[in-house]
Write a protein of this length. Structure first.
Length: 192
């Protein structure tokens, strides 16, 4: 009987530290941990598959929340059904649900449905916003950064070593990522 931990975040840039701390804060000793940085939009995840193959009867799988294990109600219920058929319990720390009890199974279904509703509602609002912008002929998404009238002057000073990149960014009031995108665009336009 082992305690199995499953940790997931959606992107490489996100940190898993909080989920590790959740196990420690609850006093749970994890015997084997599966961790990945990949979207939970479906179950095609290497560490999830490995964890499902590894678990044995009597094991307990711990996750910070349902959304770490699956993003759709169907996927969550299928994963938990797979675990249950192997005699494995699932415990969600955030929702405080233990599938070894009838109440836990019921709450799992309710919370999974709510998580699916939240995801579908977000996607619906996003689609409605895009459709509205398209019907009104407006652009949507993040606005494209513009090259200012002073950009060429600052660019020449920077390339000549008269100012540093940070000074260039401050003069143009640009964050680092936008600055380098504009430099690239400016150089491409200039070299045409």
């Amino acid at each position: 009987m082992a305690n199995i931990g499953y940790i997931r975040v959606s992107t490489q840039h996100q940190n898993t530290g909080r989920q590790h701390e959740d196990f420690s804060a609850k006093g749970i000793t994890i015997d084997k941990l599966y961790e990945e940085k990949i979207s939970g939009k479906n179950t095609d995840r290497p560490q999830l598959k490995a964890m499902l193959q590894y678990v044995r009867e009597g094991d307990t799988v711990y996750a910070e929340s349902f959304s770490r294990l699956a993003r759709s109600t169907r996927d969550l219920l299928e994963i938990v059904e797979d675990l249950t058929s192997k005699g494995v319990q699932f415990v969600s720390l955030k929702e405080n649900v233990d599938t070894s009890t009838p109440q836990g199974k019921f709450m799992l279904t309710v919370f999974a449905g709510l998580a699916q509703l939240e995801r579908d509602t977000i996607l619906q609002r996003q689609r409605e916003g895009i459709d509205l912008c398209l019907s009104e002929g407006r652009a949507y998404g993040r606005p494209t950064a513009k090259i200012s009238d002073t950009f060429a002057t600052h660019y020449q000073q920077w390339k000549a070593g008269k100012i540093k990149a940070i000074d260039f960014m401050k003069a143009e009031n640009l964050p680092k990522s936008t600055f380098y995108k504009l430099v690239k665009r400016f150089e491409e336009d200039t070299n045409k």
